[in-house]
Ligand binder design. Structure first.
Ligand SMILES: Cc1cc2nc3c(=O)[nH]c(=O)nc-3n(C[C@H](O)[C@H](O)[C@H](O)COP(=O)(O)OP(=O)(O)OC[C@H]3O[C@@H](n4cnc5c(N)ncnc54)[C@H](O)[C@@H]3O)c2cc1C
Ligand SMILES: *[C@@H]1O[C@H](CO)[C@@H](O)[C@H](O)[C@H]1NC(C)=O
Ligand SMILES: *[C@@H]1O[C@H](CO)[C@@H](O)[C@H](O)[C@H]1NC(C)=O
Ligand SMILES: *[C@@H]1O[C@H](CO)[C@@H](O)[C@H](O)[C@H]1NC(C)=O
Ligand SMILES: *[C@@H]1O[C@H](CO)[C@@H](O)[C@H](O)[C@H]1NC(C)=O
Ligand SMILES: *[C@@H]1O[C@H](CO)[C@@H](O)[C@H](O)[C@H]1NC(C)=O
Ligand SMILES: *[C@@H]1O[C@H](CO)[C@@H](O)[C@H](O)[C@H]1NC(C)=O
Ligand SMILES: *[C@@H]1O[C@H](CO)[C@@H](O)[C@H](O)[C@H]1NC(C)=O
Ligand SMILES: *[C@@H]1O[C@H](CO)[C@@H](O)[C@H](O)[C@H]1NC(C)=O
Length: 482
């Protein structure tokens, strides 16, 4: 079951450092993406962050601030030691553990909080977040910075809960950005991809804890995708807060094809007056795995009803994953064509170690953060502003590198195939392919974001290869030796 979900990343880094000698290795949660820096730095407080950054500015050192590494690509990788003539540092703000419950239904927290611990702490005060991802394994700033989200046509991503934050730029200047004084700038900083500086604390909206009723229903699958997705489409009209876990496919090693499982399931959430025993956490059923394909209802406090603790991660084997956001109006077309396109790739998967393939559907209300995958800036007047979210997981039964590389390669193909047709945007931390031209068309505020990026980081200390290639930060190519 849980492998690394329960271990604090800095601890992991220390252990790895002890094992590997002087180089500092960073890995993501699955250990398939990593980098090697000269140092690992964990300042003890905000002043320590400022001092460190001030000292590194004249040296133009490379600095990658990391959360908990729960991603599927190179967003968070540091620039490898020796790759340029600059020193490469990994910085963790894990020691910044401030917590203030404010009078206006907000909390101010240091960047060291993990979502799981923070949610538990808030519960003690009868408070909760309205918006969470399906998991609570992330660092709070790491989750916000990439636009982590759950499901619901009236629900926005976690970053929209941010009303203020404090950030240290490359010169070591500490700045407060808040809704009242810098409301436009906050739209750039909410989803910042780690590119705008080190965020030392955030102020987030909270609400009194309330109960949700979760209903899980078994659905019948069929190879007639039009029929299958028409049914899902009508379910989405009935339930505004719903995740569909499926369809599920199993690799048939005899025929070397994907066989659709006869059933899959959907869960939806609604308010309730129930105040009895909380029982959603009896079976997390996270990531579409486990004994979850059955009809049941449960009741729980919001965060426990919609998201799960680290124990809910049921697969510790390599998996590749894509997640795309598209205007909900395209739901049928996207669902059918992505599924057919995936099936057309099956011959490429022959002879590898695949086990399961799981589709997942969610919805999300759009927002105005510049780099939000659900940003509404290029939508037309007829669009509802609600996004559909399609995820495909390719899961293995062993950690086989060849299979992973093969899957990662064609994971990137989906956006090239459908990006412009469906106005689709990738999750930043889930196999986003390099395509600055597409990025500009789906993130119309990218030029403004890059202006702020240059102001915050004039010497390209906070960027890496992923950011340069994804966002087209040409001015930083030579600095990174690209
Ligand atoms: C099993 C699994 C399930 C997931 N489920 C969901 C889901 O339901 N919904 C969803 O939207 N996503 C989901 N994700 C993706 C996940 O929420 C995001 O990848 C999130 O960014 C991970 O946070 P982290 O702290 O672990 O990330 P990291 O990769 O460590 O950091 C993410 C980004 O934040 C930046 N950052 C971190 N700390 C700071 C700081 N103090 N200042 C400035 N920048 C900072 C980093 O530089 C990086 O760019 C899932 C991922 C996994 C592996
Ligand atoms: C991450 O970057 C490395 C180095 O450029 C590359 O080999 C690898 O394929 C990348 N991984 C992913 C998942 O994009
Ligand atoms: C590092 O390399 C760049 C070119 O990539 C060069 O302009 C710079 O002077 C070098 N700096 C040092 C300290 O050697
Ligand atoms: C939280 O709510 C419970 C039940 O209503 C109550 O007993 C408790 O005192 C509350 N805690 C706080 C910190 O308000
Ligand atoms: C706005 O900025 C001023 C100083 O520039 C500060 O005193 C004030 O607290 C800020 N407002 C808010 C709402 O934080
Ligand atoms: C699925 O099919 C079974 C019979 O094959 C039927 O009893 C059941 O009602 C169907 N479920 C749904 C949600 O349509
Ligand atoms: C909760 O109870 C109130 C008052 O009895 C009622 O008006 C409301 O409809 C109930 N809500 C739900 C979701 O059952
Ligand atoms: C949770 O409790 C409710 C109310 O007692 C009950 O109806 C439901 O079946 C329980 N669900 C599970 C999964 O145990
Ligand atoms: C989606 O599928 C339909 C029907 O097969 C096809 O006509 C259409 O061109 C496809 N769209 C894209 C963007 O591939």
């Amino acid at each position: 079951m849980v492998v690394f979900g329960g271990i604090r990343l800095p601890l992991l880094l220390l252990l790895l450092n002890a094992a590997f000698g002087s180089a500092h290795h960073w890995f993501n949660w699955q250990y398939e993406v990593g980098c090697q820096s000269d140092t690992f730095v964990a300042p003890s407080d905000e002043a320590g962050v400022v001092d460190f950054i001030k000292q590194e500015f004249p040296k133009q050192s490379l600095i990658k601030v990391v959360g908990n590494g729960h991603g599927f690509g190179n967003l968070t990788t540091c620039v490898n030691k020796g790759f340029t003539n600059r020193t490469s540092h990994i910085v963790s703000l894990t020691n910044l553990k401030k917590l203030e419950i404010n009078k206006d239904m907000t909390v101010t927290v240091g960047a060291g909080w993990d979502v799981y611990d923070l949610v538990n702490e808030l519960k003690e005060h009868n408070l909760s977040f309205n918006y969470l991802g399906a998991m609570r394994v992330q660092n709070i700033v790491g989750a916000i910075s990439t636009g982590t989200h759950g499901t619901g046509s009236k629900i926005t991503n976690m970053a929209t809960q941010v009303t203020a934050l404090r950030v240290v730029d490359a010169r070591g200047n500490l700045k407060s950005i808040d809704e009242k004084n810098n409301s436009e700038e906050l739209k750039a900083f909410r989803i910042n991809l780690g590119a705008l500086g080190l965020i030392t604390e955030v102020t987030l909206k909270v609400q009194p804890t309330y109960f949700l009723k979760k209903t899980t229903k078994v659905l019948n699958a069929t190879n007639d995708y039009n029929k299958l997705y028409t049914e899902l489409s009508s379910l989405y009209k009935k339930h505004d807060r719903m995740t569909v876990w499926g369809p599920h496919f199993d690799w048939d090693s005899k025929t070397q094809t994907w066989a659709i499982e006869p059933t899959f399931y959907a869960s939806w959430w609604e308010p309730t007056n129930y105040t009895g025993t909380r029982n959603c956490t009896l079976n997390y059923c996270a990531n579409g795995c486990g004994d979850c394909i059955k009809d049941y209802i449960c009741y729980d406090e919001t965060s426990d009803a919609v998201s799960c603790a680290p124990q809910g991660i049921c697969s510790s084997q390599f998996y590749a994953e894509i997640e795309h956001f598209f205007p909900m109006e395209h739901f049928m077309d996207v669902a059918v064509n992505y599924t057919k396109y995936q099936q057309a790739q099956t011959p490429k998967m022959k002879g590898f170690d695949n086990d399961k393939m799981i589709f997942q559907f969610r919805t999300l209300k759009g927002d105005d953060s510049y780099m939000s995958p659900a940003n509404t800036y290029n939508l037309g007047p007829k669009d509802s502003g609600v996004f559909g979210v399609l995820e495909i997981d390719w899961m293995q039964n062993t950690n086989h590198w060849g299979t992973l590389y093969n899957n990662q390669e064609f994971a990137h193909d989906f956006l090239n195939e459908f990006g412009s047709a469906y106005n689709a945007r990738s999750h930043w931390n889930k196999m986003a392919p390099n395509d600055p031209k597409h990025a500009l068309s789906v993130f119309p505020k990218l030029p403004e974001f890059l202006k702020i990026q240059e102001r915050q980081d004039p010497n390209c200390q906070f960027v890496n290869e992923f950011l340069v290639n994804q966002l087209g930060i040409e001015r930083c190519r030579t600095a990174l030796n690209l």
